[in-house]
Ligand binder design. Structure first.
Ligand SMILES: *[C@@H]1O[C@H](CO)[C@@H](O)[C@H](O)[C@H]1NC(C)=O
Ligand SMILES: *[C@@H]1O[C@H](CO)[C@@H](O)[C@H](O)[C@H]1NC(C)=O
Length: 483
C-alpha cells in the first residue's frame, strides 16, 4: 500500500527536525511542476543519477536549511555529516542549526584547521544561521511595520559584521569565525540553478563557538564576577579597537529602520546604508517614538514627567536631549557598539576567564556606555553594583564603589586603545556619558517595561536627574553644538 508509506515519509519529514543527513554532498533541483511542495525533487546524485525523493530513505530528505547548508559547504569542499535545528528565529523567519561538516580534500581540511586555529580529524562542528523570510505577497501587510523592518535590516547588518568586521578583530576579541555565506561573491563556483536556490536567502555558516566557549551566559543576572570582568574586557577591546577602522564618512551606515526603508523604496534597493547601523542598538529613541509617545501620555508613570516634559525654555524633553547627545555624529569618543549586550548573548570558557559574544544584528556606532547600561541593568548581579545587602535600595542612589570598580575596569582597558588612537577620554567625561546612557536606558524600559536591576536603575536615574552638574553639562553640550 502506497498510502501508509507516504504518510510515514511525510511524518518523518515534518516531525523529525533532528534527522541526520549522512554525507550526501547533494545537488538539488526544484521541480517546477510542484512549486507548492516544500521539498525539491528529483534528487540528482553526485554521480549524475536521478532519484525521486519519495524513493529515498527519510534520512536523505532534508529540510531547506539542510539543503542550503550542504550547498554552501560544497563550495568549500566540505560535506554535511549531521544537522540539528537548535533555535527558530523571530516570527519563523529562519533558524539556527548545529551542523557537522567533513572536509573532502586535504586542502579543505588544512584551510579549516587554519581558520579555526586547531588541528582536527577533518570533522568540524559548525553553526548555520539561515534567514528565509516568507515571500513578499504574504508579508506585504507588515512591510511598513517598524519591528519587522528593524529585524529584516538587522540580518544584513549581522552578515556584514561577520564577513567584514569580525575578520579584523584580534584574537582577544573572540567571535565566531565565518566559513561560508550565501552572498553572491561567496557562491560564484556554484551551478546556475544552485545559485537560484539561494536567491533571497541570507545564510551564514560559522564555527561553533561552543567547543572553545562551552558555558552559555544564560538568562538575566546570572553572570558571576569573573564572567562580568571578562565581558567588560571583551567590550572594551571591541569598542576600543574600532577606533582603528572607523570611516570618516557616515553615509555607508544604515539609518533608523523607517528612514532606511524610505530611502530604499524611493531611491532604490542599492541606495541607503551598506554596512552596519549608524546608531547601534534597537532601543534608541529614533526607533522607539511610538513607545515614547505612550510614555508621554502615561500620567501614572513617574517617568512620564521626569523624562518627557519639555525642559524649561525649550521644546525638548530631557529624554530627547539625551537621545540627541547619544546619536552618533562622528565625535572622537564614538566607537562600534554591540547593541544587544546581555548574558544570553555570550558564551564563556569553563573558568569564565574569557567570553565570546554572539548576535551582531544591532551592531553600529555609538557610545560604549550604552552597551554597559544594558549589561549592568540586565545581566550583572545587583550585589556587584551596590553595597546594601538587605535587599532594599534608597529612592535615589549615587554611584557606589561596586559600580565604580566595574566602570574603572572597563575604562582602563579602553584607555589602552584610546592612547593608541590619540583620543583623550578622561574619567569625568566618561562618567557624564555613563549617566546619560543610564537615563536613556531608563527611558526605554519605562516605555517598554522594566526588567533586570530595576530598582537600581530607577534609583540611579532619579539621582542623576536631580544632579544640577549633570543637567548643566547636558544642556551645555546642546548649546555648544556638540549635539
Ligand atoms: C549514483 O548515486 C546514487 C545515490 O547515491 C546511487 O543510488 C546509485 O547507485 C549511483 N549510481 C551509480 C551508477 O553509481
Ligand atoms: C564563575 O563561573 C565560572 C563558570 O561557571 C566558574 O568557573 C568560576 O569559578 C566562577 N567564578 C566565581 C568567582 O564564582
Amino acid at each position: 500500500m502506497n498510502l501508509p508509506t507516504n504518510l510515514f515519509l511525510a511524518l518523518a519529514l515534518f516531525t523529525s527536525s533532528s534527522l541526520q543527513c549522512h554525507s550526501w554532498a547533494g545537488h538539488y533541483y526544484q521541480d517546477p511542476s510542484s512549486p507548492a511542495f516544500p521539498f525539491p525533487f528529483p534528487y540528482v546524485g553526485g554521480n549524475g543519477s536521478v532519484q525521486n525523493l519519495d524513493t529515498m530513505a527519510p534520512a536523505a530528505q532534508c529540510s531547506r536549511a539542510e539543503r542550503v547548508a550542504s550547498l554552501l559547504l560544497s563550495k568549500h569542499s566540505l560535506e554535511l555529516v549531521s544537522y540539528r535545528e537548535i533555535q527558530s528565529l523571530w516570527a519563523g523567519y529562519g533558524s539556527i542549526s548545529a551542523i557537522t561538516a567533513r572536509a573532502t580534500t586535504d586542502a579543505a581540511a588544512e584551510q579549516m584547521d587554519n581558520l579555526l586555529g586547531r588541528r582536527s580529524d577533518r570533522t568540524y562542528p559548525l553553526v548555520l544561521k539561515l534567514i528565509a523570510p516568507p515571500p513578499p505577497s504574504s508579508s506585504a501587510k507588515v512591510v511598513q511595520d517598524e519591528g519587522h523592518l528593524r529585524k529584516m535590516l538587522s540580518y544584513g547588518v549581522e552578515q556584514y559584521f561577520y564577513t567584514r568586521i569580525a575578520p579584523e578583530l584580534a584574537d582577544d576579541v573572540p567571535v565566531a569565525k565565518i566559513v561560508a555565506t550565501a552572498q553572491a561573491d561567496d557562491v560564484t563556483g556554484l551551478e546556475v540553478d544552485e545559485k537560484a536556490e539561494l536567491k533571497g536567502v541570507t545564510a551564514t555558516v560559522m564555527a561553533d563557538l561552543r567547543s572553545e566557549f562551552p558555558v552559555p551566559g544564560g538568562r538575566r543576572e546570572s553572570l558571576n564576577q569573573t564572567q562580568v570582568s571578562s565581558a567588560l574586557g571583551w567590550l572594551a577591546r571591541f569598542h576600543g579597537s574600532s577606533w582603528e577602522w572607523l570611516p570618516t564618512e557616515l553615509d555607508e551606515f544604515l539609518s533608523p529602520p523607517l528612514q532606511e526603508a524610505k530611502i530604499r523604496s524611493e531611491q532604490g534597493e542599492d541606495k541607503g546604508g551598506r554596512s552596519i547601523w549608524l546608531n547601534g542598538g534597537y532601543t534608541y529613541l529614533a526607533t522607539r517614538r511610538k513607545e515614547y509617545q505612550s510614555l508621554v501620555e502615561d500620567k501614572s508613570s513617574e517617568w512620564s514627567d521626569a523624562l518627557c516634559k519639555p525642559v524649561k525654555g525649550s521644546c525638548e524633553s530631557i529624554a530627547e536631549i539625551v537621545a540627541a547627545f547619544l546619536t552618533p555624529s562622528g565625535r572622537p569618543f564614538e566607537t562600534y557598539i554591540h547593541g544587544d549586550v546581555k548574558s544570553d548573548n555570550l558564551f564563556t570558557t569553563r573558568s569564565g576567564d574569557r567570553v565570546a559574544f554572539v548576535d551582531f544584528q544591532y551592531v553600529g556606532l555609538g557610545l560604549g556606555v550604552s552597551d554597559l547600561a544594558k549589561l549592568f541593568t540586565c545581566s550583572v548581579p545587583q550585589d556587584l553594583l551596590v553595597s546594601e545587602d538587605d535587599g532594599s535600595l534608597p529612592e535615589e542612589l549615587a554611584m557606589e564603589s561596586g559600580e565604580r570598580k566595574l566602570l574603572e575596569e572597563y575604562l582602563n582597558t579602553l584607555h589602552e586603545f584610546a592612547d593608541m588612537a590619540d583620543i583623550d577620554y578622561p574619567w569625568d567625561l566618561f562618567v557624564r556619558h555613563w549617566e546619560t546612557a543610564l537615563v536613556d536606558w531608563c527611558r526605554f524600559q519605562a516605555s517598554w517595561g522594566f526588567w533586570g536591576n530595576t530598582e537600581w536603575l530607577e534609583a540611579r536615574v532619579r539621582s542623576i536627574l536631580k544632579d544640577e552638574g549633570w543637567r548643566e553639562w547636558l544642556l551645555a553640550q546642546r548649546d555648544t553644538g556638540e549635539i
